[in-house]
Design a protein around this ligand. Structure first.
Ligand code: GLC
Length: 513
């Protein structure tokens, strides 16, 4: 793998609408991000994932791209974007853009061309059924909006028509094309042209939206061979033309790395290891290990994580997130103290860490906020960054902002910068510590003790990490030398005793042992 930088990357995810508004229009902008690059660097992050920045009608927070070759004027000018890229690079920060390969906006000119009643050069760029009364099972088909005879298939919302990368299993030859057809190949070439455009402009890679959604009717039992083939072809192009660029998939499946992605998000899917660690559900068997009532099961998490990790570790990385724009933030479900333990555990596992803006100060998920731009339940994780106790939490001077800003004396950057014990300062020391030890970017991982809600103990090379997520003191039968140095801790550090470790409540300790 040529692009070694991913190995030691620490990402900060920015939802541009909500980060920093410099022109007072109520939306965040590129200049606002540029202004805060030192802040991001100060956290210990050295890479940014930027949610969609393209020209869009924002019917799905920008995941409905109207023009793939243009920035959204909402966020500033083309020059503002380039200035952001240049400044980030000058400060040693990589920038990974969001690539939306599976669908466009319904206002995308290629789609509108394909929707015309007479055959033209875009006729096969999207997936249209043959007749206007076709409603094929297993697909979302939208009818009656355009004069073309037929209905178009969408990937997500009705505003997001699916691009045609073809079908692996063709059930309806009258309208389904093979993924090997010329039309499907042309869509692939178009996709590569989008990637080249932004890579030539200077970005360092892409987070790939719904990466597994491209070829339809692809494979049985979760394997997606034709979609994988497509991504292998894209990876070969990158290796040849842009060897330092990375692609990181929203797929959440080890096959993504076999297909050519450098890293893949382990997402908040029901019963999967990430949930079993931090995002339990109110159902037996799926409580998380961090459940304060001790209903979680470290063993289940450790087994699931190890199996996944063993499948991917030779091919790439697991990306682990604090949250993202689709997921409820972890606060208020955890207190600031608990969040320290959660982040410490997540980011000392073998992974590429992703910190969602605001999670470093414990911004809260806002439950019943009215939906904006079809965020629905996700809207509560997209509220403005809380910089201070000033107007709109220091996010904007506008009288009305994209989403209302929360004002909170504790949860803002200014207050937490001053408070030595804040979550923000903890994150800085956690990332600094992580950076100081090669073990954390090595492939070594061994779960030493993972039983029920007892302290979880895992080894990264010479380092032994011990976490107790509960409010009661506990022990773990792991014997280490009495004088093993404590390199990092939160809460009272664990103590080596003759017959094992004594682990204080709500604590995290790293020993050299
Ligand atoms: C991804 C994005 C999400 C978007 C969807 C459709 O899951 O993260 O925000 O709505 O894809 O593009």
């Amino acid at each position: 793998m040529r692009n070694n930088w991913l190995k030691s990357a620490v990402f900060y995810q920015i939802y541009p609408n909500s980060f920093n508004d410099t022109n007072g229009d109520g939306y965040g902008d590129f200049r606002g991000i540029t202004q805060k690059l030192d802040y991001i660097k100060g956290l210990g992050a050295n890479a940014i994932w930027l949610n969609p920045h393209y020209d869009s009608p924002f019917m799905d927070g920008g995941y409905d791209v109207r023009d793939y070759f243009k920035v959204s004027s909402r966020f500033g000018s083309e020059e503002d974007f380039d200035e952001f890229l240049r400044t980030a690079h000058a400060k040693g920060i990589k920038v990974v853009l969001d690539l939306v390969p599976g669908h466009t906006s319904e206002q995308n000119p290629d789609f509108l061309k394909s929707a015309e009643p007479v055959e033209n050069e875009m006729y096969d760029r999207f997936i249209w059924t043959k007749g206007e009364w076709d409603f094929p099972q297993g697909f979302k088909a939208i009818s009656g909006r355009h004069n073309r005879k037929g209905n178009y298939i969408v990937n997500f919302y009705s505003t997001q028509p699916s691009l045609n990368y073809g079908f692996n299993r063709v059930d309806e030859p009258s309208w389904q094309m093979s993924y090997k057809s010329d039309a499907a190949k042309k869509t692939r070439e178009w996709l590569k042209s989008v990637m080249r455009f932004w890579l030539d402009r200077g970005c360092d890679g892409f987070r790939v939206d719904m990466a597994d959604s491209l070829v339809k009717n692809d494979g049985e039992q979760g394997e997606k061979p034709a979609t994988s083939e497509l991504w292998s072809e894209v990876r070969a192009m990158l290796d040849e033309e842009y060897p330092d660029a990375v692609i990181i998939s929203e797929w959440s499946n080890p096959q993504s790395l076999r297909a050519g992605f450098h890293a893949d998000f382990m997402l908040d899917h029901h019963g999967k290891p990430y949930n079993l660690l931090v995002r339990g559900e109110e159902e037996p068997d799926t409580y998380s290990y961090f459940d304060a009532n001790g209903r979680g099961d470290a063993q289940k998490f450790a087994e699931g994580f190890s199996a996944w990790y063993n499948e991917v570790k030779d091919n790439g990385y697991i990306a682990l997130l604090s949250c993202n724009h689709d997921t409820p933030r972890l606060a208020p479900f955890y207190s600031q103290e608990q969040l320290k333990l959660v982040y410490a555990t997540l980011y000392t596992l073998p992974c590429v860490p992703f910190m969602y803006y605001g999670d470093e100060i414990g911004m809260k998920y806002i439950k019943d906020i009215p939906s904006v731009e079809c965020g629905f339940g996700r809207t509560g994780s997209r509220t403005p960054m809380q910089w201070s106790m000033g107007k709109n939490a220091g996010f904007s001077d506008a009288d009305r902002t994209f989403l209302p800003a929360e004002s909170d004396k504790v949860v803002n950057v200014e207050a937490q910068t001053k408070d030595k014990k804040s979550l923000l300062n903890f994150i800085k020391s956690l990332f600094a510590f992580r950076k100081s030890r090669e073990e954390f970017i090595s492939r070594d991982l061994e779960f030493v003790h993972a039983v029920g809600s007892e302290p979880l103990v895992y080894r990264r090379g010479k380092l032994l990490c011990v976490v107790n997520p509960r409010s009661v003191k506990a022990t773990a039968p792991v014997v280490i030398p009495a004088k093993a140095p404590v390199l990092f801790s939160e809460g009272k550090p664990a103590k080596p005793k003759k017959d094992g470790l004594e682990v204080p409540p709500f604590s995290f300790t790293v020993f050299e042992a």
